[in-house]
Structures are given as C-alpha cells and as structure tokens.
Design a protein around this ligand. Sequence first.
Ligand code: MLT
Length: 262
Amino acid sequence: MITVTLRNKQSLSYDEAGQGPILLLLHGFPLDREMWRPQIVGLASQARVIALDLPGFGGSSSEETRFTIESAADSVAEFLLATNISERVTLGGLSMGGYVAMAFARRHPDRLRGLILADTRAEPDDEIAKANRAKSITLAQEKGAAGVIEAMIPKLLAPENIASCAEDLRRIASRQSTASVLNAIAALRDRPDAKPGLKSIAVPTLVIVGDQDAVTPPSFAEAIAHETPGSKLVVIPGAGHMSNLENPAAFNEAVSQFLQSR
Ligand code: MLT
C-alpha cells in the first residue's frame, strides 16, 4: 500500500503494478482497493494498474467535509496531481466507483483517455431506494460495515459464487469504519442524476455488467451504453454485481481488449 497526501492534507492510499498507460480503478461500496486484486494481477502486463481507496475507505483518510460522489471525483483528480500523473488515464469504477467515475467524466473530462463503467447505473435513487438507504443507515449504526455487507451479499453475488467470493467481501468490508460507511450511504442516496452527462462523454467507454447482477441488472448497463456515444457493452457470464471478482478471466479479457483497441 502506498499513501499520498493531497493539497487539502487528506491522504489517499493505493496499490499499483505494471507499466504503461494508466488504468485507475475505483471500488464499490462498502469495500476498498483490495477488491481489484484480480485486475492488479491480471492486467499489469499491459497497463500501469492503480487501485485507489476512495476517501474514508481502506487506508485513505476521511474527508473533513461531507463525502459526496462529486467530492470523491474531485479527490481522484487531486490524487492525479499529487502523484504527478499528467497523462490522461483510463478510469474504471464498479457500482459506487462507477458513480464516481461518471462524476469525474463530467467534472474532469480533460484528464480522461477512456472510461470503464462496471455494474453501475446512471439514474439517481428513487423513493424506494432512498427508503432502503434509511434501513442501511440503521443497520450500519447497529452492526457496522460487517452487518451491512452481510445483508448485501445475497444480492451482490450470483448464487453459485457465494461460496468462493463471500469471504473476500466480508474481510474487506469489515475493516471499513462505521463513520465512513454512514457518510457513503448518504452520498449514494443523494447522488445526482448521471444520465444527462453521458451524452457528453467524448472518450471510448466500456460498459460491463454481470449477467446475473441483481443490484444493477443488465438493463441499467444497456441504458448507459445507449446514452454514451461510441460505447461498447460486455456482459460477463456467470457473474452477479461483483463481476470483476466473480469472473475475473472474462472481466480482464473485456478490459484487455478495450485497452488494446485504442
Ligand atoms: C455498490 O456496490 O457500490 C453499491 O451497491 C452501490 C449502491 O448501493 O448504489
């Protein structure tokens, strides 16, 4: 783990491997950079793969001001400054990481070379989703991140992958602080509508979704791909919401082809 300090004194942690064009990866909720281990290992031969802890997660310090999807996108831009990365990057995000990646595309388009939106959605929370966030807040207050992930696992993973992947998710989630999890739930609930911004994305975009994703089903990925000019949609077989962990071979192949195509 490497830690860098931003201009606002916030510190962000990351892992990296490989050389070449930069592939910067943003994790889902309530996880951290470790969820990208199969991509750090599998894609380092063709890119400098960087898996970043979003503010408050993993080794990154939490922000002094309230965490929002847009503030997280700005922290990613600050991370690029702090690490002297001046080249344009391919930014990939899964679920919450995808929300941050879409916000980054709106706010810092000149830093992008390509975009990967995995198992995510453009629409904001509707009233039912907001009500479910209230339940998650209560669960986090009572049982912390470990309780939150336990409730999420049946929806996050395809049934056949629970035995092989659930322990990884439990281990990663249970080290996240309750305060950061609570901040993130509010950020997820209050995130803006990303749909109008999709039409303005001017870089090659890869949209990925697990064929059994029960959190952001393939229809959401199809909608993103439909709105995003020149995007490509890849459906990962035998995977739920955590497609990068559930079928890393197919996920890495899709990313690898995308990186090579440019
Ligand atoms: C995630 O996987 O990051 C979350 O499920 C996103 C969300 O709850 O909206």
